[in-house]
Design a protein around this ligand. Sequence first.
Ligand SMILES: CC(C)(COP(=O)(O)OP(=O)(O)OC[C@H]1O[C@@H](n2cnc3c(N)ncnc32)[C@H](O)[C@@H]1OP(=O)(O)O)[C@@H](O)C(=O)NCCC(=O)NCCS
Length: 181
Amino acid sequence: MAKLEQPVLALSSGLELRPWRASDADSLVTAGQDPAIRQWNLLVVASAAEAGKRIERMHERWQNEQSAIWAIAHPDGGQAVGLIGLGDIDLAGGSAEILYWVLPAGRGRGVMVEATKRLSQWAFDDLGLHRLRLCHSMANPASCRVATKAGFSVEGTMRSALLHEDGWHDQHLHALVQGDI
Ligand SMILES: CC(C)(COP(=O)(O)OP(=O)(O)OC[C@H]1O[C@@H](n2cnc3c(N)ncnc32)[C@H](O)[C@@H]1OP(=O)(O)O)[C@@H](O)C(=O)NCCC(=O)NCCS
């Protein structure tokens, strides 16, 4: 990854996955104020300055081969309307975890199913990973639907797996492996 430039991945809906830019800081601040993104992504962004630092860290983590995070945006300079990426990348072990959110105005149009399929294809075909996992709280049926529609099988329930504001949540473990798509 360190030798690769982070690619732009086109979506058939007309949106694209592209690297985050300093000018997307306001989108990250807006996301940090959305109750659902705060709840399910544990995202808290105190200021535009903090958002800017987070965006810088995304690029450092690509260089360090730790994570690969894209903005979901309209081409030609559109602001980020969502985020999707691979966290916890293990290049030697061939695995990573899919992470995502979309701002409220963009929800319910199939954006995240399409983005998840496109990123999975890139992770297998271009990055050479073998297995992708996707975890969500059992209390988040929208994320379960996205995972299922993107082809990620449910492999089980991880009990008390993640601490949210209201306590520990059980999580569904979904996964997609090379050959599933
Ligand atoms: C989860 C999230 C990413 C989905 O994004 P999206 O672009 O709206 O998803 P899509 O439109 O691709 O698909 C959503 C699917 O979930 C379904 N869905 C939405 N809300 C639902 C709910 N409360 N219960 C059950 N299904 C639900 C939709 O009906 C749709 O399925 P369908 O096409 O069969 O009708 C978005 O809602 C979001 O960012 N939520 C807040 C943060 C979050 O949950 N992050 C994920 C952490 S694991």
